[in-house]
Write a protein that binds this ligand. Structure first.
Ligand code: NAP
Length: 285
């Protein structure tokens, strides 16, 4: 009987994880007191409980100003977090940075994205930048469009894109920037009609790290937000109205972005700065 039991235990992986006490049922049966009891298979059964479903978030540009706040917020919410950017690991020495999987790659190349997207359930893109008009279109538009398509092809469920508020006349001066943002937004709404969220903040303030220096942008941004919040009706005035869009705190943007990426009932579509402020005040689950 023991020989049979032993053979069974060693040849069946799920049973081999049990100890012999459990296999022998109510009677204590260890190697030291070899009692030949008929073993009860129903008590030897193991239930292969799958691990709890884990949300895996990929932040595009997780080492930037907004991206680093998003990584930190997502880790605090218990997500598994990875980031991809051209320079890879964040230069920040904060402890949370050690818990992010850092990929180095240019999202203009689909190959760079493949490995980083493996097993990912949601993506937040913080990739954007300034320069010549063609460069701005490429970084804000083409690079993000490439990432949106790659994510859709890999079955990612939700995609959040940090776009930008419409500043009216300024759009004309930064054509490549806004046209790139608009092109990426259009692609996102088409590829992720149910799980695509576009955040359109104006100026984002908070502590921005530049090398070893920390710039407290909130010194200007925070009071300006309060003042311009009151001036909301003036936002409708043609030409100058959009310039009065209130700035928003980076922690509010991060909070809403992570929620939009993980909450299956978060409404898809465009969220303006007032929406970001509103959602950031909602209690997280
Ligand atoms: N900051 C604001 O006030 C503000 C306001 C409205 C909207 N936004 C938008 O919010 C987003 C984040 O802004 P931010 O201030 O955090 O900018 P940021 O600090 O310059 O971050 C941009 C990130 O994108 C990465 N990146 C750029 N090109 C890339 C590429 N081809 N492949 C992979 N990664 C790339 C950069 O990392 P590498 O350089 O290492 O690649 C960096 O991590 C941008 O889309 C921006 O337009 C910002």
């Amino acid at each position: 009987m023991r020989t049979l039991l032993s053979r069974l235990i060693h040849s069946t992986p799920s049973i081999s994880r049990l100890n012999t006490t459990a296999v022998c049922g109510r009677n204590l049966c260890t190697d030291s007191n070899k009692v030949d009891e008929p073993f009860k298979t129903e008590e030897a059964e193991t239930v292969n409980v799958p691990p709890p479903p884990t949300e895996k978030l990929l932040v595009l540009g997780g080492n930037g100003f907004v991206g680093s706040h998003i990584c930190r917020e997502a880790l605090e919410r218990g997500l598994s977090v990875a980031s991809i950017s051209r320079s890879g690991r964040s230069s920040l020495h904060d402890s949370w940075a050690g818990n992010v999987t850092w990929y180095k790659g240019n999202i203009l190349s689909t190959d760079s994205l493949k490995e980083a997207l493996n097993g990912v359930t949601a993506v937040i893109s913080c990739v954007g930048g300034f320069g010549s008009n063609s460069y701005m279109y490429k970084i804000n538009g083409t690079a993000n469009i490439n990432a949106i398509r790659a994510a859709s092809d890999q079955g990612v469920k939700r995609f959040v894109y940090i776009s930008a508020a419409d500043f009216g006349v300024v759009n004309y001066l930064l054509q490549g920037y806004y046209q790139g943002k608009k092109a990426a937004e259009t692609e996102l709404l088409s590829k992720f009609p149910y799980g695509g969220v576009i955040l359109r903040p104006g100026f984002i303030y908070g502590t921005r790290s530049v090398g070893s220096m920390k710039l407290p942008l909130g010194v200007i941004g925070s009071p300006l937000e309060t003042v311009l919040q009151v001036a909301k009706p003036l936002n409708q005035i043609p030409l100058i109205g959009p310039l009065l869009t209130p700035p928003v705190n980076v922690t509010a943007v991060a909070k809403v972005a992570v929620r939009a990426a993980t909450d299956p009932v978060f409404p898809p579509g465009i969220i303006d700065v007032y929406g970001i402020q509103r959602y950031s005040q909602h209690k997280s689950n």
